[in-house]
Each structure stands twice: as C-alpha cells, then as structure tokens.
Design a protein around this ligand. Structure first.
Ligand SMILES: CC(C)(COP(=O)(O)OP(=O)(O)OC[C@H]1O[C@@H](n2cnc3c(N)ncnc32)[C@H](O)[C@@H]1OP(=O)(O)O)[C@@H](O)C(=O)NCCC(=O)NCCS
Length: 292
C-alpha cells in the first residue's frame, strides 16, 4: 500500500507524476505519457471539463493516479503491484462527481482495474472497444512515395496549419484549435520532429500523424492520425504514419504502439495500422455504473 497520497492536484500540476507512472508501466497499462499529454492538451481548458487528479505515491515515487477527465469519465493508471490503490481510485472517482451515470475503461492486461470496478458495481458495456497494436520498429517498412504529396515533420510556429489539418480530418466540431495545439507542442513528450504531415504541391497539410516517444520505455505511441476526406484512400495515412515512426526509430524508439477501435462499427483505422505492419494485442473494456 502506498504510504502517502497527494490529493486535489490540477491536471497541469500532476502531469509530471502521471508521466512518471505511465512511462514505467506502458504498454502493460493503457496509459502512455503521450496519451496523457494528448488527453490533457488536445483542447483549451475552457473547452473541456477537466477535473482534479489524485496521485498515489509511495517512498519510491508515484505508483498510480486517477483523473476526473470529465464529470462522467475517469482516466487512470495504477501499478499492478498496488491493487488496493485501484479500489481507492474507484472510491475517489465516485466521491468526486455527483453524476448518476459514470464510466471508465481498462485494458485486458490491467485485471486489477477490472476487479476494482466490478467490486464497486460497474458493468461492462459491450459496444465500443479499442485494441492495442504494437510493431517492432526494427521491422519498420520503408516509407512509400505518394505521387503529388510530400511528407515532412511539423515545424515550430506551424500550430495554426497543423490544427486546421487535424480539424479537417476529424470533424468540424473538433476542439483542436490553434491555441490548443500551441500548448500541446509545449507539452512533453511532444517533439515536432515526430509530428508528421503530408502536404500538397501548394503546401497545404492534408494528412497527419503525431508520434509520442517515451524515452524510458522506447515506446512510440501513434496518436492521432488523420487525412482530409478529399485526399483519402491514396495511402497518405499509411505513408505519414510510417514516416513519423521512422523518425521515432531514428530518435531511439524501439516499439510502435497504436490503439484503434476494435468493434465492428469503425474498423477502417485498424486496417490502416495492420496494413503497415502493426499486430493486434489486448483490448479495452468500457464499464458503466448507474447510481441513484
Ligand atoms: C482512417 C483514416 C486516417 C484513413 O486515411 P487514408 O489516408 O484514407 O488511409 P490509407 O489510404 O493509408 O488507407 C490504407 C488502408 O486502410 C484501409 N482503409 C482506409 N480507409 C478505409 C475505408 N474508408 N474503408 C475501408 N478500408 C479503408 C484500406 O485497407 C486502405 O488500403 P487500400 O486503400 O489500398 O484499400 C481517415 O479515414 C481519417 O482521417 N478518418 C478520420 C480520423 C480517424 O479515424 N483517424 C484514425 C483514428 S485511430
């Protein structure tokens, strides 16, 4: 059991501790330092409903955390060596929000989280899940040429164009604004050299892949990938992802990691990643609790 608990931190204050835990435990846990930073910074604070973080610490440093990512959703990461903390995290979640319906998820390789959720009455929602895919970067394929487009890394100062590329690929309602992307680019472990785009002859960014390299584990997380609708099915998402992964390997990365949907409602991204060599592994489980 951890002998010290730090409570009530903001997401900004807690990021270094959250990174330290996830860096040590990825990919056995769902969280990765890049995932934490993306979740924290993909939109401006005023466009999100981020709540507090609870960090669990023992004599050797942080060993787990729970974050009220919104009033109805908990992001979390608990060292499997401290299963009691999973129960503490769930109790903290339930005590930190007044919402009557709350949700969270865990990966197959985090059974201690599933046990804690079931003990608190959560039940699985079978409709949506994600599958963790990995790729040994020693086996990385060459980057294919896509006629009419060039691939390159994003440069500092290009937040506006980069954010527009993301919005155009995802949806008009995306919260990825220029200001948000500027903050994201200043958040470790972001590196512009691992954030790649495909550009047209006119220089417009039309596809993108951001890779987050964790130096401790050597795991390079792909999050997110997108291609504008009018440029799809030309191999751009595949090519830009491979280019970003090559940059990650050159920077010391050993394993690629990506987590597309695994259910039948949205299979296309998984096809992109398996098409460039990623292989599927454990899946997530979403759980819900309805309370009076
Ligand atoms: C998913 C997405 C990134 C694919 O971009 P893309 O540039 O069209 O992908 P590619 O051309 O590299 O596709 C590679 C392969 O993936 C599969 N694929 C991609 N899109 C597909 C679709 N709509 N239907 C079926 N298969 C598809 C195909 O096997 C394709 O190879 P093929 O065209 O030779 O058959 C793009 O549709 C997108 O931006 N979607 C919205 C954002 C998103 O979902 N991002 C990924 C989240 S994990």
């Amino acid at each position: 059991m951890a002998d010290r608990v730090v409570t009530g931190e903001t997401i900004d204050a807690a990021l270094p501790a959250m990174h330290a835990v996830t860096s040590r435990l990825t990919p056995v846990v769902w969280q990765h330092p890049g995932q934490v930073s993306w979740s924290a910074r993909y939109a401006l604070p005023e466009d999100l409903q981020h709540g507090p973080v609870r960090v669990f610490t023992d004599a050797g440093g942080p060993v787990g955390w729970a974050w009220l990512e919104s009033p109805t959703w908990m992001e979390w990461c608990v060292d499997p060596a401290y299963p009691d903390l999973a129960h503490e995290a769930v109790a903290w979640f339930l005590g930190s929000t007044t919402e009557s319906t709350v949700r969270t998820s865990y990966l197959d390789t985090e059974p201690h989280l599933g046990t804690a959720l079931e003990a608190a009455g959560f039940v699985e929602e079978p409709d949506v899940w994600f599958v963790q895919h990995t790729l040994d970067l020693a086996d990385l394929r060459p980057v294919p040429d896509v006629p009419g487009y060039a691939l390159r890394a994003v440069r500092q100062g290009e937040a506006e164009a980069r954010a527009a590329c993301h919005r155009g690929s995802w949806s008009a309602t995306s919260k990825v604004t220029t200001g948000a992307y500027e903050r994201l680019m200043a958040t470790p472990p972001y590196r512009a050299g691992l954030d790649w785009v495909a550009v047209t002859a006119e220089g417009e960014m039309v596809a993108s892949c951001c890779v987050w390299l964790d130096d401790v584990s050597g795991i390079a997380l792909v999050e997110p990938v997108g291609c504008r609708p009018e440029h799809r099915r030309r191999g751009l998402a595949s090519a830009v992802s491979l280019a970003a992964l090559h940059a990650a390997r050159d920077a010391g990365g050993r394993t690629g990691l990506v987590r597309p949907r695994g259910d039948d409602d949205y299979p296309e991204p998984g096809r992109v990643y398996r098409g460039i060599g990623f292989r599927p592994g454990p899946r997530t489980h979403d759980l819900v609790l309805h309370r009076a």
